[in-house]
Every structure is written in structure tokens, then in C-alpha cells.
Design a protein around this ligand. Structure first.
Ligand code: DGY
Length: 332
């Protein structure tokens, strides 16, 4: 007699080989081996047939799409940010949502630190001198000067796991740590990080030398760095964003860098990914900004551990238990 069919787990993008192998062993997994991003129609088909969907930040899972779900019970996101998923709409339909927190913290903090160094120290411009068309004319006392970061003030916007990991690194580089967060972190954490809390984001922005965006993108943080707030930033300050493009009004940022009202920016994320604003690209060519293609968590280790988290969430859920990384409306 044929057994009950196993629940179908549809994975929207290619995952690390080891993760896919384990998924095949454990589940009836429909994988995307050639990593072609799914169209809207592909996604609609996926939510129609899947018991479990494993999307990534490149898939828009909105309420209209969820209307097409027939037996979908779990969205086990491969990634930390869930701003591409309408979580309240999913929960309303009885669909559980999980993510992969914790395992990309250190890598994202490293990339944040890399940008904090790269912009004031003109790392990309310098590297391009050696690979450019003209030969390097040699060392000069006044050529390619950047700015020191030791002793400067770093304002961290979002003091969660990643913000704290950035603070730990930044302290070792001699930066003074300041932060703004929805909730003040416990005194013990402030003490460990030597961090000063600013209840007013406006006041913090007006006093920092470097601002690092490390909060999630939610309806409350959309354009948190609005045109008005960006105007408060000092002309010698730099802005770094490894969180989500939507948190900064990107056009306003580009305009203020063009007019030299902000010194520069290091951006790993963009408002219209994978499209990048031509204005930002022009500023990058002029050495005013450093742009990276959303590679904050792009290490073999992080992506493998993200996959392991997805597997644990799916397996626990299918075994009838609460998955460990449930996303709850109170987190949004
Ligand atoms: C996430 O998981 O949200 C990250 O942005 C992926 O790099």
C-alpha cells in the first residue's frame, strides 16, 4: 500500500550543495538547481502546490500571492530580513513564517566594518590606481589622502545583534560608539560596548562622523533616514548601510553627496535591487561612494548555516512542533 505523500517543500533559489542534499534526504524537495529567479507566475504556481515554501529576499511574497496558496502552511525564509514577505497576511491565513537569525551577524558586521574603513580611506580608488590604464606615479606626501577613523564618533542606527557586533569591532578601531534604537539596550550591554544612547535620532545624526544603518526594514523604518534627517548630517560625515536600501531615501542621499553636504557613503544594499541608481554609480566612479552587491552575508559559512537553520525550522514544523525561528508580528 502506498504511504501518505510527503509534504512538498519548494525552494525558490539554488542553495549550498550540502544544504540541498540534506533537504533531499529529509523532504520531498523541489529545488531550483539552475538558480533562475522565479517569475511572479512561477511563484504563484509554487505557493499553489507547496506545503512549505523556502523563499529568499529576491521573492516578493505579498498578500495577492498568498491568496493563491492552497495548502501552504510554512514559509521558511532563507535569510534574516522578512521585508519581502507580507507576514501579517501570512499569519492571517494560518501560515507560519520563520527566518534565519544569528548566523549572519558576524559576517555582516565584518562587511559593515569594511565599508566604514573603505570610504574614508579611499580603498577602492586606491586599488583602482594599480589596475587602471595609467602607471602609478609613486608615493607622494599629498596624494590620495583620506580621513582617519580612530577617535571619530560612530552612530549605529539599530543596536540589535548586528549593531552590537559592529560596535565591538568599531571599538577596537578606536571609534566612539553612539546608538539609536527603538528600545535602549540593557545597561550591561551599553557598558560592555562603551555605547552612548541617543533617544533622539535627529540629535544623534547631527553629531556623528560615521553613521551605520543596522536596523531591519519594517513599515516604521522605511526612509527613516529621510531627506529631512539626512540634511542634519554633518558635511564631513559618512553613511554606511548593510541593512536594507529602503531605510535611506537614496535619492536624497545621492543629492547631498553630490552637493558635498555629506562626505560619502558605503552601501551594500539599494532601494530598487538589483537596479542601482545611476546617480550612485556616477558617485562611485568619482570615488565618493563605495557600492557592493548585497554581499554582507556572502560567506560559505553563513550561507551554509542559514540553510541549516531553514532545515531545522522545516523539520521541526513538519514534526508537529513550533519551529525555533518563528517571526511574530511583535518583531515587525
Ligand atoms: C538577510 O538575510 O536578510 C540578508 O540581507 C542576506 O544577506
Amino acid at each position: 500500500m502506498a504511504g501518505r505523500p510527503r509534504p512538498l517543500v519548494v525552494v525558490t533559489r539554488k542553495l549550498p550543495d550540502g544544504v540541498e542534499t540534506r533537504m533531499r534526504e529529509l523532504f520531498d524537495a523541489r529545488l531550483n538547481l539552475d538558480d533562475r529567479p522565479m517569475s511572479r507566475a512561477d511563484l504563484a504556481e509554487a505557493v499553489k502546490v507547496a506545503d512549505v515554501l523556502v523563499p529568499t529576499l529576491t521573492d516578493r511574497i505579498d498578500s495577492a500571492l498568498l491568496d493563491k496558496a492552497v495548502k501552504l502552511k510554512l514559509i521558511a525564509n532563507f535569510g534574516n530580513g522578512v521585508d519581502h514577505i507580507d507576514v501579517p497576511a501570512a499569519i492571517k491565513r494560518g501560515i507560519v513564517v520563520t527566518n534565519t537569525p544569528g548566523v549572519l551577524t558576524e559576517d555582516t558586521a565584518d562587511m559593515t566594518m569594511a565599508l566604514i574603513l573603505a570610504v574614508p580611506r579611499r580603498l577602492v580608488e586606491g586599488a583602482e590606481v594599480l589596475t587602471g590604464d595609467k602607471p602609478w606615479a609613486g608615493w607622494s606626501p599629498t596624494w590620495m589622502l583620506g580621513h582617519r577613523i580612530w577617535g571619530k564618533r560612530l552612530g549605529i542606527l539599530g543596536m540589535g545583534r548586528i549593531g552590537q557586533a559592529v560596535a565591538r569591532r568599531a571599538r577596537a578601531f578606536g571609534l566612539q560608539i553612539h546608538y539609536h534604537n527603538r528600545r535602549r539596550v540593557p545597561a550591561k550591554v551599553e557598558e560592555e560596548l562603551g555605547a552612548t544612547y541617543w533617544e533622539s535620532l535627529d540629535q544623534m545624526l547631527a553629531r556623528m562622523d560615521i553613521i551605520s544603518v543596522n536596523c531591519p526594514h519594517t513599515p516604521a523604518t522605511y526612509h527613516l533616514l529621510s531627506a529631512r534627517r539626512l540634511k542634519l548630517v554633518r558635511p564631513q560625515a559618512y553613511i554606511v548601510n548593510t541593512a536594507r536600501g529602503e531605510i535611506i531615501d537614496e535619492n536624497a542621499l545621492a543629492r547631498l553627496i553630490e552637493s558635498e553636504d555629506i562626505a560619502g557613503a558605503g552601501l551594500d544594499v539599494f532601494e530598487q535591487e538589483p537596479a542601482v541608481s545611476p546617480r550612485l554609480l556616477k558617485l562611485a566612479r568619482a570615488g565618493k561612494v563605495v557600492l557592493l552587491p548585497h554581499t554582507g552575508s556572502a560567506t560559505v559559512e553563513a550561507r551554509t548555516e542559514m540553510g541549516e537553520k531553514v532545515i531545522v525550522n522545516v523539520k521541526t514544523f513538519l514534526d508537529g512542533h513550533k519551529p525555533p525561528d518563528r517571526v511574530l508580528p511583535s518583531m515587525l
